[in-house]
Design a binder for this molecule. Sequence first.
Ligand code: SF4
Length: 402
Amino acid sequence: MEIIVHKKGGRFTTRLKGRRSWKTFLLVKLYFAYFSGMKPLLSEPEAASYSLYVPPIPGPAHARQLETFINRWVYGLRRPMAVTIAVTDRCQLDCFHCSAVGRNKRGAEMSGKDIKKIVGESLKLGVSCVTFTGGEPLLRPDLEEFVSLVPREQAVALVFTNALALDEQRAASLKEAGAYGVHISLDSPDPAEHDRLRGRRGTFQAVRQGVRNALQAGLLVGLSTYATNDSVDGRDLSRLAALAHDWGVHEVSVFDVISTGRLRNDTSHSLSPRHRLLLMRETRRLHRALSFRPRILTQTWTNSRRGFARRLGCLAANYQFHITARGDFTPCDFTPLTFGNSLREPVAALWEKQLLHPAYREHCFTCRMQSADFRRKYIEPLPPDARLPYPIGEVPGCGGPE
Ligand code: SF4
């Protein structure tokens, strides 16, 4: 089946060629009606960008993403759309919620050749979004080489950064290497609080300057933050979104605080059901008040049982996977469990292994890392001094020693 997409003014027209079911037809129409009604983050004559996570529409990378999406919705086929690759564990900061605490730091980090293998195999598996993370990925002087491994016709390349090293020259070189955008972490709209949570003075100012540099280089710019019950009560998102609006940021991603890394044994910050509802309500209000600039995406909505989100839910073993700086394949960057090492086994084999595992065989509506059952079975039994990620088959009580 081939889907031909044209953009006329602000609307999309589509034509489907070849074998198709009525379900595909309906889904494609609904999909493009959704985007037709939306203000793009960036508009160019031949294509428009609607999110950092979605390649420009129309375009070949987007066509790949759409194919995965259709295969998932219509035929129940689980193929990844996105991979996040940690290119280093090193970081200049010492964050309150650091998810890398406890990671195995033995041995060398992946070489350029290793990363080339992983990017190539991930693209073959169908991903249309390759995100380079860390640690702090800008600490690798060869980051631009990794970005340039991602062909625009197949996928978009993104970088998650704390912005400390995102100076004018680095932003320009990322753009030149072909990066689509950068996600910059901002934990609080209050400068002193952001600096406190990040463990270093001046980090808020670095974010402000990093946003400027990235926009000037022509990159899409997202802010990445996380929600706790306290931040929802304090309406932090309203103030953060107002800043993002004033700074010209395109998108804000709001993750739930996940009990992992430094917070592995502390679930006290997790969002309550009431705070999730408040967060989604606040997001709707902000979209209206700020005319969708920035666009705000929340993990809470993705994991909710509403509308489109019914097929989203937990993205692990669904639409994405993660590779650590030493090549371990994990379901997502917050899950400290591994199915094997991608430098020793093909990425496709590890993806299949994950789909067959009892914990990942079924689609899960909610975040596994926030599920009491999942944590009781797979996270709580991990030895306190375990080197992470831990092989899932060796978790005590789940195939490993009792
Ligand atoms: S477990 Fe699933 S929902 Fe939770 S952070 Fe990982 S991918 Fe996201």
